[in-house]
Write a new protein. Structure first.
Length: 548
């Protein structure tokens, strides 16, 4: 439940620090005094969108801090799931800087607005005047039935999301299969063209080098032959000269100590030159001008360059990679039928399981229809709609995120009148009474700490307002109820009474809220009964209202 609300620099509120208690609290004040401003600040701390326009003083930030006691409510898992520190006292804080930047904290841990809104749903149900219109929303009506029947569809919702993902994957796969199947012939043509080329990584460089050699075969051969002749021929042989030099050095070895070393070195040179001469001769024999080979290499290089240019590549390795990709695509295309069938079978099984769950959920919902209808009829009669008839119409529809039920609340306020959807027959005052009755009906089944009614008494007065007050007070036995009201019959029934009022100063006007003493409360009720000029009769009536 809410134990404190701190508001700083928000709209007409400079600073307000409000303590709340258990039970039934009422908030009153003249139109425009700032009741809706307080509600707006509360909405802000529960995740509503921030607007820098709400800053009273544009030079400093706006702060709204909500303190709630949550120990007796089963929401500890929310804190665990969102990696937040759990404490019996939960402090939610929202700040808006002058720049418009917004920050939010739960127990001093930064959180995003989505987390803030989810937490708020677990803590407070705010019924604003606009929310009465949501009564006509079918999802809201379904939520009312589920709340009363204690139906939880979390598991169903998770499975439904999984089923919808399977369906989306199936559609995507079929589209992909259709597109790629249409391209299959082109993929096959590209693959065959590259595959038939029998490409080898690094082949192009080797072919270009071989072509260079063959294109200059005569020059290469002449260079090799002339070099070999210089090294070893009958008339002038470098090898013979080196060998003779080695022999000459050996002759002086007996009386020249360095001769042995020089002889060995000359021998090494002779052996190396002899090896070089042999290799040059071998290479010379290998090099031959081969026009047929040149033509083949040119054709091969042309094939490779044509493929490179076609696919705008620079390397043969890229062509090989493309061939592998095309091969994978062709294999995938051939396996699409299997994949599609597998997904269809999976989706079919998921749908069957969902339908079983949805039928069970539908059975639980239908089981409470008559209880809801009878209770609503009774409450609406007590609230002055003497001939009220409330019924729940349900149609079985295709599987959806909420099951197979299409629930509609039907209503008639008059005898022998056809039942119609709420929005077509209910007046403003009737809608307020319908909403309060529904909230009353489900409050016991929902373990929610607090509920706030913003002028739910619109369009009613007198004994009907008094009955609405008793209903809210009865609700406050199991939860904290706060009602913003303009009716003294409701204000008098609160355990605690707060007043919102404006203070005019020389340079500005600001709103304040304070809890009233018994005497101040009597004064406020008398004013609500008679207006500015409070009469003795108004005081007497106010005392009577407080005593009831």
């Amino acid at each position: 439940m809410i134990s404190n609300l701190l508001i700083e620099n928000y709209a007409l509120i400079n600073k307000a620090n409000i303590d709340f208690n258990t039970g039934f609290s009422v908030i009153t004040g003249e139109t425009g005094a700032g009741k809706s401003i307080m509600l707006g600040a509360l909405g802000l701390v529960l995740g509503a969108r921030a607007d820098v326009a709400v800053l009273r003083d544009k030079s400093r930030k706006c702060i709204v801090e909500l303190t709630c006691q949550i120990e007796q409510y089963n929401i500890k898992d929310f804190f665990t799931d969102n990696d937040l520190d759990y404490d019996a006292i939960c402090i939610i804080r929202r700040e808006i800087a002058a720049s418009g930047k917004s920050r939010a904290f739960v127990n001093d841990s930064p959180v995003n607005l989505k987390t803030l809104r989810e937490l708020g749903k677990n803590l407070i149900d705010i019924h604003s005047q606009n929310q009465t219109q949501t009564l006509m929303d079918r999802d809201y009506q379904l939520g009312v039935v589920d709340g009363y029947a204690s139906v939880f569809i979390d598991e169903y919702s998770r499975d439904y999301k999984a089923y919808m993902k399977t369906q989306a994957d199936l559609v995507s796969l079929k589209e992909k299969a259709q597109k790629e199947s249409a391209d299959a012939d082109y993929f096959q043509f590209q693959f065959n063209q590259i595959d038939e080329a029998e490409l080898i990584d690094g082949e192009l460089e080797e072919l270009e080098q071989e072509l260079e050699i063959l294109s200059h075969a005569e020059e290469i051969k002449m260079g090799l032959v002339s070099s070999q002749q210089l090294l070893d021929n009958e008339e002038s042989s470098i090898l013979a000269s080196v060998k003779q030099a080695e022999l000459n050095i050996q002759k002086i070895a007996t009386y020249f100590p360095d001769a042995q070393m020089l002889s060995e070195r000359l021998n090494s040179v002779h052996i190396e030159l002899q090896d070089i001469s042999s290799e040059i001769e071998q290479k010379g024999n290998e090099v031959e001008y081969d026009p047929a080979r040149i033509e083949w290499i040119n054709n091969r290089i042309s094939i490779i360059f044509t493929l490179l240019q076609k696919h705008q590549f620079e390397k043969v390795s890229q062509l090989i990679e493309l061939k592998n990709d095309l091969d994978n695509k062709l294999q995938n295309i051939s396996s699409y039928d299997e994949q599609i069938e597998s997904l269809e079978q999976c989706g079919k099984a998921q749908k069957e399981d969902l339908f079983v769950m949805a039928e069970e959920i539908s059975k639980q919902r239908k089981a409470v229809f008559s209880d809801i209808e009878n209770s609503m009829d009774k409450m609406l009669v007590e609230l002055g709609i003497t001939n009220a008839t409330f019924r729940i119409e349900n149609k079985i529809v295709e599987l959806s995120s909420t099951g197979i039920d299409d629930i509609r609340f039907m209503f008639s306020a008059n005898k022998n009148s056809d039942l119609q959807e709420l929005g077509k027959v209910a007046s403003g005052g009737e809608m307020s009474r319908l909403m309060l009755s529904l909230k009353y009906l489900i409050c016991a089944s929902r373990q929610l700490p607090s509920i706030i009614f913003d002028e739910i008494d619109t369009g009613v007065s007198g004994s009907i307002a008094e009955r609405m007050a008793f209903m809210m007070k009865d609700m406050s036995k199991s939860m904290q109820v706060i009602s913003i009201t303009h009716l003294p019959q409701i204000a008098a029934k609160g355990n605690w009474h707060y007043k919102v009022f404006k203070i005019d100063e020389e340079e500005s006007t600001h709103s304040k809220i304070e809890m009233l003493t018994q005497d101040a409360r009597l004064e406020e009720l008398a004013q609500m009964l008679s207006g500015t000029n409070v009469t003795d009769a108004a005081y007497h009536n106010a005392k009577v209202l407080l005593q009831d």
